[in-house]
Write a protein that binds this ligand. Sequence first.
Ligand code: PHE
Length: 499
Amino acid sequence: MNEREQWKNRSIFIMAAVGSAVGLGNIWRFPYIAAQNGGGAFMIPYFIALLTAGIPLMIIEYGLGIRTQGSAFIALGRIRKPLRFIGWFAILSALCINIYYCMVLGWAWNFLFDISDISQWGSDLVASKQHFFKGILHLSDGPWQFEKLHWHLLLGLLTTWVVIWFIIKSGLLNIGKVLLFTVPFPAILVLILLVRGVTLDGSAVGLDYYLAPNWERLHDADVWLAAYGQIFFSLSLGFGTMIAYSSFMPKDTELPNSAAITSFANCCFSFLAGLAVFSVLGYFAVATNVPMESVTESGPGLAFIVYPAALAKLPVWVNFFGYLFFVVLLLLGIDSAFSLLETVGAALSDKFAFSRTTATTITAIFSFIAGFPLATSAGLYWLDIIDHFLMAYVITLVAIIECLAVGWILGAKNFAREVNRTAEIKIGATFSFLIKFFTPLILGVTMVLSFIKEIKTPYEGYPISAILVIGMGTIGLITIGAGLLTAVKTKNDADLGLL
Ligand code: PHE
């Protein structure tokens, strides 16, 4: 087997985990998920999800990675051999996410080139929509109308892959150095945006919309599922990423406090990013005399349509803030994207004894090519459908199984005993209750309810064929891939005692 590398120290490890967690999810996904799910009301399920599932699962993933010093399939396979399959299922989901995650970063590169004209294309919502859908995406009328492959999108995608390939290939010590830049710098930039936002007239309208709770929405299972899904996505849980990252730490590393620090850092960042986004949107709503609902309803377009249009309305320094916003998106996204690449690369090295470079290169080339449909005119539809299915089902399923496997098979008590040996904050009965009963139950119920809804009304009104082929098809492929990778026997599997 290859000698396993290690992070330089605990701070770098936590920084890497925060870098993975804080990403597009915080600034691109969080505000629109919050807006779609009742604005301020969403904060309640979100924080409940953080406490009841986010932090416990972070402790589980850290613990599994550290105790086995291996990727998700090893970490889970050590609990029971058949669970190797779930490990691979998670790892291949990370592969899928990265395919579209890098495309979103590819759009951001493209936006950077257009900022000099932002006052024109961002002059109002209609123009900004036109710029994103037609100018950047060349969006067609439906998921089966590919029209053509767009070179500028492909180039954006390629740029992202080349950047993260270089970083990951350079080894953990160098990644540590990259993180010293990609973690604090965007945080400072977001603070600048935040100060700009809250000092604008009308920002209070946006903040009120963001923070005022609407209790009614809490009856809707979808809102809860979205909250749990967002917590997992945002904390990089359920994909084997945190397992891979923690497997690069020595066995005596402190866990619960590290997990809490990572989780709170991430969620505080989301919250602050939300303030920065909604204050500017409030200003925009007041300046253009439209209700908040109409500036927040655009789904994934929020960061690419509404926000740029709002920035274009700033009294001064429009271009500066335009660049700032897209640089923030890129910097936040890059360290998350490379953590996803590392998840898959580390797993391939663990299974096939590939070198870091070989594993990373194979993964990057495969993922880049698999991203081609996303660079066609139907790309946004594909991305939206795949994102929905991975978030709503795959991530939740992996999370449920991780909780049950640690809670019941490994034994919550045994696990807690191991973890507590080096813990700064001890875990005990609450942790046990959460992972054995509460979290799996609430996740299971919300998943079933939302599946029922899915059957009744196809997601976002997409044609059934698209839902089946693109959404279910992706899950099907991940399942087959995980089955194959579990079935193939390698020398490393034998050495690890996994056969
Ligand atoms: N947490 C990242 C974000 O919020 C996305 C991510 C998910 C990264 C899963 C790694 C693993 O953008």
